[in-house]
Design a protein around this ligand. Sequence first.
Ligand code: ZN
Length: 242
Amino acid sequence: MAAEISGKDFGAIFQLSTMTSLLDGVFEGAMTYEQIKEHGDFGIGTFAHLDGEMIGFDDQFYRLRGDGTATPLKSGDMTPFCSLTYFRPQITKEIVSPLDKAAFEEEIHRLIPSDNLFYALRIDGVFREVRTRTVAYQEKPVPMTEAVKSQPVFHFGNTKGTIVGFWTPAYAQGIAVSGFHFHFIDQERRGGGHVLDYVLDRGTVQIDKKTHQTLYTPETDSFLKANLSRSNLESEIKVTEG
Ligand code: ZN
């Protein structure tokens, strides 16, 4: 199925399915790791049955699970939703004094030319604190606002690690998650998850301005039947993504 889109498109963010589908409980795997890795060496996402959080960089992809583990992806691992790109940063900035989430985001806004474009971001550094969550396996499809009620939350203190993610413009809310969407993994590759909050002590930020998003719409049964017109989109995304 991925054969329709082939060749390396360095300006693209490859987007498999939409955030609105997750909100409607579309957790059925639509593509394998083997298929999505044709579209990037870097990215974030989730897995079939919401069984963990995906993070990838330097062509190494991991599944971060609610039991606190990080395992390399296998070729047959299925994902219902992910955003991948070939990470080729044009902007690099050293952070030499501590920044909390709000201050860090302000710094990024000073570095990027416009909020109306898409960016991939990577932060390698020492984090005074990172708070992550990892959605737990869901046997049956439920709205994501239900699935996150039991999510384990992890606290990392004084940890070296890497944050990977994207800036998505407000007009693309519901396709991806508008604003910053970050996943974290520690340097030992032992744990991490979807980032809720953090304080970066020092590190390096790299930013890759992308030129377009390529949206791949699955033809799984659950996607075809989903209600993707969400009347409470903003509040649902606030509940599920933090
Ligand atoms: Zn996430």
